[in-house]
Design a protein around this ligand. Structure first.
Ligand code: PA5
Length: 473
């Protein structure tokens, strides 16, 4: 059974022909495999619905929060004249969503030097490499920059150290009202040291709903405020996400989030395909891959199942970019270990295209290019690569957006968030926590001399001296 799911009026198409045994041969999903999905998937969607009804999945209600959207729009209207730049300080879930959406919806080609149509430019400073971070201090004007510090916990070392530097910068160079005019704090409404500082100093704040985890928070003030300021149509984004939320709660074969989760779960658990390579064929969507791999990996890479038993199966997501990585990673996907699924993300109609001039007709190796467009070439490279992988018995899956628009991007991101939660149920793990990242943070605190973490400093030193003989200089 070769299947193509196409919703003519939809925001997203999932084509999984190239996952089926009928197309890729051994290693593909058989009709029996696909039939076996029905029951667990129905149970997982039921679980999703029941948890949603109990108020345990508030990210699904975010698209309907008209009050927040209005608040962000108001902020954006007053900010457009005032600011040349919005500098977001945040990391992980506090940074990747706004980066993905800004890149998708305000691509470089549509921005002027200072931002599209006079909108402030959005810069998301997630990393703390001083070489990179220092350039912001050198190039930005503290009088016309809005610094938006975003941290749900209010304690993340990377973000808070950036905040301390920028707070000082604004205070010294931003003019007398800088702390009220050029600083926006997005954090938990009641807890955390950042909230305490903001309340003590009467800073302008926006809340992150307590029940929404970082990687599910792009449609809270975390993403909406900076994106609205930078000119993104957040209403469109929310409208697309709202349709996705309603679709994702349906127990129906047209539930794309469930289908996506179920197919990948089958590939991982039945076919040893425990790597998922996400390859958008669009520069504007490249950052969606960064956002997705954090969502997938941090949510599903769990040592323990909810019942306390050891979790042995998960699918590691990695990113690539089409067509660039055809010349870098494709060889490995094609002939390397047969442990991967390639996930293509394409666009039916790109916003811009460029005609290739019909010159050098006398050269057979170039003549076929002339008169066609770069968009056609990109699209055929995607389709050709998918077919080549299939012929080589390498399962692959294609997501297609009809266009890149606020609605389709909102739909895509919300669908992938829902798929992640459904996947958690299928694997039997909690997709909403991230216990594995805590230990590294504790060692950092120990090394940085934070009170209460000296034990970790000692443990680090122990590990280091034991391994000295293995260091070559
Ligand atoms: O998805 C997550 O929960 C994490 O990636 C967090 O967003 C990240 O660690 C940043 O946390 P915070 O917003 O508390 O600074």
């Amino acid at each position: 059974m070769a299947v193509e799911k196409k919703d003519a009026e939809g925001f997203l198409t999932i084509d999984y022909n190239n996952l089926t045994a009928e197309v890729v041969g051994p290693g593909g999903l058989t009709p029996e495999d696909l039939a076996s999905l029905k029951e667990p998937l129905a149970a997982a969607v039921k679980d999703l619905t029941s948890r949603y009804r109990q108020g345990l999945l508030p990210f699904l209600d975010l698209p309907k929060d008209a009050k927040l959207a209005k608040q962000c729009q108001k902020l954006a209207q007053s900010g457009r004249e005032k600011y040349t730049d919005i500098l977001v300080l945040g990391i992980g879930g506090s940074a990747l969503g706004s980066t993905a959406i800004y890149s998708a919806l305000q691509p470089l080609a549509s921005r002027s030097a200072k931002g599209k149509k006079g909108y402030p430019r959005l810069i998301v400073a997630d990393n703390i490499d001083p070489e990179g971070f220092a350039t912001h201090l050198e190039t930005l004007d503290p009088q016309t920059t809005l610094v938006n510090v975003i941290s749900k916990s209010g304690a993340t070392a990377e973000t808070m150290s950036q905040f301390m530097i920028l707070f000082d910068w604004l205070k010294k160079k931003g003019g007398k009202n800088a702390l009220t005019e050029n600083l926006l704090v997005t954090t938990d409404p009641t807890s955390g040291v950042l909230r305490q500082i903001a309340d003590d100093l009467d800073l302008v704040t926006l809340p992150i709903p307590p029940g929404v985890g970082g990687r599910f928070s792009v449609l809270t003030a975390v993403g909406l405020a900076p994106l609205a300021l930078a000119g993104v149509n957040i209403e469109g984004l929310l409208a697309g996400a709202e349709v996705a939320a309603s679709d994702g709660l349906k127990n129906s074969p047209s539930n794309k989030a469930a289908l996506f989760a179920g197919l990948n779960w089958l590939l991982t658990t039945q076919k040893n395909r425990d790597n998922l390579i996400f390859i958008p064929y669009s520069d504007a969507l490249a950052k969606v891959a960064d956002w997705f791999i954090q969502l997938w990996n941090e949510s599903l890479g769990k040592g323990l199942k909810l019942d306390g038993s050891e979790n042995l199966l998960a699918q590691t997501a990695a990113k690539a970019l089409g067509a660039t990585d055809q010349h870098s990673q494709l060889q490995m996907w094609m002939e390397g270990p047969a442990n991967k699924t390639v996930l293509f993300l394409g666009v039916d109609k790109l916003r811009t295209d460029l005609k290739i001039p019909a010159i050098f007709k006398e050269h057979e190796a170039l003549a076929y290019l002339g008169g066609q467009t770069l968009g056609q070439l990109l699209s055929y490279e995607q389709k050709g690569t998918a077919r080549a992988l299939a012929e080589n018995h390498r399962p692959n899956l294609t997501l297609t957006l009809p266009t890149i628009s606020p609605q389709t991007v909102g739909y895509l991101l919300q669908t992938l968030e829902i798929a992640t939660v459904i996947s958690g149920t299928l694997y039997g793990v909690d997709p909403l926590d991230q216990p594995g990242v805590e230990l590294g943070k504790k060692f950092t605190y120990g090394l940085m001399g934070r009170e209460g973490f000296s034990d970790y400093f000692k443990r680090y030193e122990q590990g280091r001296s034991a391994k000295k003989k293995y260091i070559v200089q």
